[in-house]
Design a protein around this ligand. Structure first.
Ligand SMILES: [Ca+2]
Length: 481
């Protein structure tokens, strides 16, 4: 475990508009004038608030708008109908690789170290939006190390998180970290209720103050342990929370539907505050559904594929709503991957990345707003290794075909479980498509960067023998979160 040093002059940082921070004058009179003129240089009201909600382990097949026959998600469906629903949005196959990619806009082979860690030198969308004058908040699940200072280090002003400094119950009677303090709940509270209420209170506070806000809500739901929700008949307010095992998924339906209820609560709160039309709301999922779960979807039974590179591992729901800006009733077949979220948020905020900050993603704001100049992606790329290391599973794909580094190629439109390798069958794959996907892989060849792991103890130089591996080390590292 490592932690970050406390930030200095936090109060000063909050007192100045972010775009003036690097130009705060030293002469007392000039500094005074800057302070009194501050309202005149406030951020334009047209810059929207941004709320990004990401469910945990809720694959594409879980949304009724996407064809789910097992779950009912009326709130997310309604939000989708009021804006844009994506049929081809792709995450990474599991939690931390996705979090690193969505928060940094960079493909995993360039900055992924290991499971449960966001490398401390990385810049997140919260950094860039904070710099652009946004207030920033995170609630939900952390799992990125960094200690109690981690959220601030990665750009968040306020937080209400599970698994920041410890790993207690996440559902009934949870243990959370809230704005710098560990808080243990004991009166039957439900973790996802606390996190979402925190966000609603935060949005209410910000709605009456100057400047737009960013809310990043990597939800706790509907990840295992599969436990009753407060809407389940057998919710036990005295339960301590399940800590071991993956559990029977019999409550997964309740958990998905509670996820939908919470998304509806956030959406309703924005409406109640009168800021819905000035808020871009995105809902998505971090990876496929847990493998213990089988769902009915578009007339067939499908097993969750979390951790796999098939569609059931990384094809996720995504909807975006911004009334008055995104036309309602749109369903897009354009490709989006999670490296695209950061540049989209930065452009939405009216800001730009520094020229020397290279990312892999590209903004899809133009897709959302119907900009004629928007150029759709022809492909997306994935480098995936759950536990890091020098090599990962790699592929490039478009909506239909997926080409792996191994040369295997599949027609996902007919074969989403990837059972029929089409390599060497020239009639099965258009030559142009094969060449395009191959060029993406060629471009990414040997681009792995092995960043040091800051959580490893630094050993003194010399001829010491490496520490013997603990017997249960591998098992411990294989946390299914
Ligand atoms: Ca997950």
């Amino acid at each position: 475990m490592f932690s970050f040093p406390a930030r200095t002059q936090a109060g000063c940082r909050r007192s100045f508009p972010s775009h003036l921070r690097h130009t705060i004058p030293t002469h007392p009179l000039v500094a005074f004038l800057v302070l009194i003129l501050q309202p005149l240089v406030a951020e334009p009201a047209s810059r929207p608030n941004i709320v990004v909600i990401m469910a945990d382990d809720m694959g594409y097949e879980c949304l009724s708008a996407n064809g789910s026959e097992s779950y009912s998600t009326p709130n997310i469906d309604r939000i989708a109908a009021g804006g844009m629903r994506f049929e081809h949005a792709y995450s990474q196959p599991i939690c931390t690789p996705t979090r690193v990619q969505i928060m940094t806009g960079i493909y995993n082979q360039r900055n992924y170290v290991k499971f449960g860690l966001l490398e401390p030198n990385q810049k997140t969308f919260a950094h860039f939006l904070r710099k652009a004058g946004y207030k920033t908040c995170i609630a939900g699940k952390w799992q990125l190390l960094g200690g109690i200072k981690g959220p601030d280090h990665f750009g968040f002003d306020e937080f209400c998180l599970w698994q920041l400094t410890r790993r207690p119950s996440r559902y009934p009677n949870p243990g959370l970290e809230i704005n710098g303090k560990e808080v243990d709940f004991t009166k039957g509270e439900y973790g996802p209720d606390i996190a979402s209420d925190f966000l609603c209170n935060y949005m209410e506070k910000q709605a009456t103050s100057d400047g737009p806000f960013l809310v990043w809500y990597p939800m706790i739901l509907p990840h295992w342990p599969f436990e009753p929700t407060p809407a389940s008949p057998d919710y036990d307010p005295k339960a301590k929370g399940v800590m071991k095992g993956t559990g029977d998924p019999k409550y997964f339906k309740d958990m998905v539907e509670y996820t939908d209820r919470i998304v509806g609560k956030i959406d309703a709160k924005l409406g109640e505050l009168g800021i819905r039309e000035n808020t871009l709301l995105i809902f998505t999922g971090d990876n496929g559904t847990a493998t213990q779960v089988t769902s009915r979807w578009n007339g067939r039974s499908v097993q969750g594929g979390k951790g796999n590179t098939t569609d059931f591992g990384h094809h996720v729901p995504m909807v975006a709503s911004w009334p008055g800006t995104i036309k309602p009733g749109q369903v897009t077949k354009e490709l989006v991957d999670f490296s695209d979220v950061l540049p989209t948020l930065v452009e939405t905020a009216g800001s730009k990345l520094p020229d020397d900050h290279k990312i892999d993603g590209r903004s899809f704001l133009g897709l959302l707003t119907g900009d004629e100049k928007y150029e759709p992606r022809k492909s997306i790329y994935c480098w995936y290794a759950r536990n890091g290391g020098p090599t990962g599973k790699e592929f490039a794909r478009n909506q239909r075909f997926k080409l792996y580094r191994t040369g295997e190629i599949f027609d996902i439109s007919k074969d989403d479980l990837e059972k029929h390798n089409l390599a060497g069958k020239p009639d099965a794959v258009p030559a142009e498509t094969l060449a395009m996907l191959k060029s993406v892989l060629d471009e990414m060849q040997d681009t792995r960067v092995m960043l040091p792991d800051p959580s490893r103890k630094v050993k003194p130089s010399g001829n010491e023998k490496p520490a013997a591996k603990k017997k249960n080390a591998k098992k411990k590292d294989a946390s299914p979160d």
